[in-house]
Ligand binder design. Structure first.
Ligand code: NAD
Ligand code: TYD
Length: 359
């Protein structure tokens, strides 16, 4: 069966990788991207698919109910892959309002519109609402705690994770109350091509290339579980096509790494791949800076359900994935340089400089 898929947030990091994956895997399917092109959205990310006949980009906000209604009806959408979100923890600490608006109100708007659309179509069983969420909703783990499973109680600690948790609860409620065929995925930290420079891995790659300090929060011993973005997209594909409505699936890479060792690893790869760095060895740039308020210590995902029930496993090791990612940032200077805009500099100053000035 060919699909007519609405991808929200398709001009962002994971959304764009997902669109590329879907267009390559299912060239007959119709893809409509709805994206508000916030600072994190970039139409360049979709340049390779823009000219396809069965691709359409629509500039707009997921909170705009009449626009969403119009798209669902006019495009005869049968599945939504919902990526659109405010996604950066540090920005959620500086300004939580946008996170509640897009992540909670925006998800609610999509759910209401999709419920109406699904009812109008006679509640087809094949319709899907895939809600792409994060492992951060489960809170923080101690060093010996078992990794997060689908039944771990929610305990979000940042405005970002709290807003994602709120949206997850709404999605869950729409299945239980209305039987709307929703599925939730909770994934660990992604990395790969097209990730906005504010996130740890691109920030470090770009700073190494520019000879700028590499700001490591706190003692650098916070642990994240890293997954190559293409593997996340493969998992979402499996879940849309074979996942069970009403279920949650955790997605993770089985790659727990302390931040400091990840940064050291990136420095080594850069030293090797880029012989003319402004500062060499790049590790000389590592600087420990003030910790993020409420910084979660450890995330780890147990993805056994996805593996056992749907047969998904990650295909790229962290060694290969990091090298591919570094190569991508080395080869795509034209992509990231324009993103270091005034808005970005202002954010950078507020997050990394202003917070350390004593008044
Ligand atoms: P991103 O910040 O790179 O992209 C978000 C996209 O959403 C942008 O294109 C932006 O323009 C768009 N957007 C924002 N507000 C919008 C609105 N109101 N209406 C329409 N479009 C809007 O985010 P990402 O890293 O690609 O994350 C995508 C999703 O995956 C998010 O829901 C996030 O919570 C989740 N997630 C991310 C990670 C990660 O490591 N990045 C891990 C797990 C889950
Ligand atoms: P990030 O990429 O922001 O993802 P998240 O906070 O959603 O896990 O950060 C990953 C880890 O890296 C997190 O523990 C915070 C840390 N970090 C730094 O040490 N320095 C930085 O400049 C950034 C952006 C993150």
């Amino acid at each position: 069966m060919s699909r007519r898929l609405l991808v929200t947030g398709g001009a962002g990091f994971i959304g764009a990788n997902f669109v590329h994956h879907w267009c390559q895997t299912y060239p007959e399917d119709r893809i409509v991207v709805l994206d508000a092109l916030t600072y994190a959205g970039n139409r360049e990310n979709l340049a390779a698919v823009e000219s396809r006949e069965n691709f359409q980009f629509i500039y707009g906000d997921i909170c705009d109910r009449s626009l969403v209604d119009h798209i669902l009806a006019a495009e005869e959408i049968d599945a939504i892959a919902h990526f659109a979100a405010e996604s950066h923890v540090d920005r959620s600490i500086l300004g939580p309002g946008a996170f509640v608006q897009t992540n909670v109100v925006g998800t609610f708007t999509l759910l209401e519109a999709f419920r109406q659309h699904w009812q109008n179509a006679g509640k087809p069983e094949a319709y899907r609402f895939l809600h792409v969420s994060t492992d951060e909703v489960y809170g923080s783990l101690g060093p010996n705690d078992p990794s997060f499973s689908e039944t771990t109680p929610y305990a979000p600690n940042s405005p970002y994770s709290a807003s994602k948790a709120g949206s997850d609860h709404l999605v869950r409620a729409y299945y239980h109350t209305y039987q709307l065929p929703t599925i939730i995925t909770n994934c660990s930290n992604n990395y790969g091509a097209y990730q906005f420079p504010e996130k740890l891995i691109p920030l470090m790659c770009i700073h190494i290339l520019m000879g700028k300090q590499l700001p490591v929060y706190g003692d650098g011993k916070n642990v994240r579980d890293w997954l190559y973005v293409n593997d996340h997209c493969r998992a979402l594909d499996v879940v849309i096509n074979r996942g069970t409505p009403g279920e949650t699936y955790n997605i993770g890479g089985n790659n727990e790494v302390e931040n400091i060792s990840l940064v050291q690893n990136l420095c080594q790869i850069m030293d090797e791949l880029s012989p003319n760095l402004p500062v060499s060895p790049a590790a000389n740039l590592i600087t420990f800076v003030k910790d993020r308020p409420g910084h979660d210590r450890r995330y780890a995902i147990n993805a056994n359900k996805l593996t056992t029930e749907l047969g998904w496993t990650p295909s790229v090791t962290i060694t290969t994935g990091l090298r591919l990612t570094v190569e991508w940032y080395l080869q795509n200077r034209d992509w990231w340089e324009p993103l270091l805009s005034e808005e970005y500099q202002a954010y950078y100053w507020q997050n990394y400089v202003a917070s350390t000035i004593k008044t």
